[in-house]
Design a protein around this ligand. Structure first.
Ligand code: 5RP
Length: 212
């Protein structure tokens, strides 16, 4: 892992931001570099839509206007990090527990630019435990279903998402069919969001300042 690569990626993502844009903004340490860079051109954009309270706070500190997604409709560009990225630009996300709003922003965006350092690149997703946001009362139910599917669920005890829900991190999966698993897990009662971004992968991936 390289902090420098995270910073390079965060700053390089500015290339994709057009004048007058409302920019979708993800969450995490790489995105924090992007937000700091975005502050430097804040007078050239209308503002941002945020994927978390954490990113909202950072943007507001910089004087970047943050809009409700419902007030702006489709967004041209969404910039976010990832926990893993495979060669098809399919991602694991949710290490920062912001996966639900991140998935909403990605779905609303015409272009999703993912910013990572080289440690996040994998051939097959699954090395990083897969985060799943669940309605609290469904934690045990969903965990039992995951065990039936061969995963090892671990409750991220003490973490409550911005939406008032809980996170289960699933260890032990080698995810050879990310879109299929995403669909399957989405069917489980009590699952809010699966941290697989395979049905809607990234459009562009920046590793440091290099597009792959
Ligand atoms: C938050 C995320 C982040 O994008 C992911 O955890 C990567 O974070 P970082 O840039 O700090 O390595 O999905 O829910």
């Amino acid at each position: 892992m390289s902090t420098n690569e995270k910073q390079l990626a965060g700053e390089a993502a500015l290339r994709y931001v057009e004048d007058g844009a409302i920019v979708g903004v993800g969450t995490g340490s790489t995105v924090a570099y992007f937000i700091d860079a975005l502050a430097g051109i804040k007078d050239r954009i209308q503002g941002a839509v945020s994927s978390s309270e954490q990113s909202t706070a950072r943007m507001k500190q910089h004087g970047i206007e943050v809009f409700d997604l419902n007030a702006v409709g489709p967004i041209g560009i969404y910039i976010d990090g990832a926990d893993e990225c495979d060669p098809h630009k399919r991602l694991t996300k949710g290490g920062g527990a912001a996966l639900t709003r991140e998935k909403i922003c990605a779905a609303a965006a015409q272009k999703f630019v993912c910013i990572i350092d080289s440690s996040k690149r994998v051939d097959v997703l699954g090395r990083f435990p897969l985060p799943i946001e669940v309605i609290p009362m469904a934690r045990s139910l969903v965990s039992r279903e995951i065990v039936k599917l061969g995963g090892q669920p671990v409750w991220r005890d003490g973490v409550t998402t911005d939406n008032g829900n809980w996170i289960i991190d699933v260890h032990g999966w080698r995810i050879t069919d990310p879109a299929g698993l995403e669909r399957q897990l989405n069917q489980l009662a009590g699952v809010v969001t699966v941290g697989l971004f395979a049905q809607r992968p990234a459009d562009v991936v920046l590793v440091g300042d290099k597009e792959i």
